[in-house]
Design a protein around this ligand. Structure first.
Ligand code: HEC
Length: 264
């Protein structure tokens, strides 16, 4: 059992809370644009009420994000980018609210526009943190994905984000009770990428690019009755989809990325 930690617990709500101010801010912008058309000129009449919800929501989102960033195992550079753009979004929301209260319509619109810009950038970095860098454009046409050398250079920092997005959820659910901070059966911890690479008593648990030869997966693929099967018989077993996800994760991991480990 992990110990109770209120601040870290609250931080975990960030990915949920953050969608509230996003919705409110985009709604405000949409109403402002609609109100330019004669037919909908009253569209922004309720902006004051929406702002009264949006500003506290934005502040709450920023605060919970800050809490989350302290406990997480995230790509430090991405966290920094997301932190500052997220903070700029919250500050922009606050400024918009102040301008609105003072009745400065033009200033309010400008502040709102700036807030939306900051929001778009902050959300992009936030998405990259949870889903891995380049998640949004992974299946986009090549010209949208940036040039190959840039992609290669990004690989090192990627490794941590990909681990957090693809592998950690499965490992946390099925393995970490025996292979984590509290117990490290077989000398193996699976709660950080570095620990996985270091492996256990019998060597590295993962071989980047070689899922079939990786001890981690080999054990999961053994028949349930085999003594070496993981998780041991009688414990909750991951579904096939989860195993395939780990397989894909190891398969797509580039061997050269082993130096790009950051964070604790
Ligand atoms: C109930 C506890 C338990 C759970 C849950 C569990 N393991 Fe294990 N694991 C062990 C024990 C005990 C050993 C050491 C004995 C052995 O090598 O079989 C071990 C050993 C291992 C080893 C070999 C380490 C080495 O270097 O010798 C790997 C790899 C491994 N486990 C992977 C996993 C994976 C992946 C999961 C989750 C899908 C998992 N384990 C879940 C108890 C557990």
């Amino acid at each position: 059992m992990a110990e109770f930690d209120l601040l870290r617990f609250l931080g975990r709500f960030h990915p949920v809370i953050v969608h509230l101010p996003i919705g409110f801010i985009l709604l405000l912008a949409a109403l402002e644009i609609l109100s330019r058309f004669p037919r909908w000129k009253a569209a922004n009449a309720s902006a004051g009420y929406i702002l009264a919800l949006a500003v506290p929501a934005a502040v709450l989102a920023a605060a919970s994000g800050w809490l989350l960033s302290r406990g997480g195992n995230y790509d430090a550079a991405l966290v920094r980018l997301h932190f500052w753009t997220g903070l700029a979004t919250a500050a922009g929301g606050l400024l918009s609210g102040v301008c609105y209260c003072l009745g400065r319509v033009a200033a309010y619109r400008m502040a709102l526009f700036g807030t939306v810009m900051a929001l778009v950038v902050a959300s992009h970095f936030g998405g990259s943190l949870t889903h891995g860098r380049g998640y949004l454009v992974r299946h986009a046409p090549p010209w949208l994905r940036g040039n190959p050398s840039e992609r290669l250079a990004a690989t090192a920092g990627d490794a941590e984000a990909e681990f957090v997005a693809l592998a950690k959820p499965v490992l946390d659910q099925y393995c970490v009770a025996c292979h984590g901070p509290e117990k490290a059966k077989g000398g193996l911890r699976v709660d950080t990428l570095a620990a996985l690479r270091a492996g256990g008593d019998s060597g590295p648990a993962i071989l980047p690019g070689k899922p079939q030869q990786s001890e981690l997966l080999r054990r999961m693929r053994l028949p349930l009755s085999d003594d070496d099967h993981m998780p041991p018989e009688g414990k909750p077993q991951p579904e096939e989809a989860a195993k395939l996800q780990l397989e894909r994760w190891i398969g797509e991991m580039s061997p050269s990325s082993s130096s790009g480990v950051n964070g604790p």
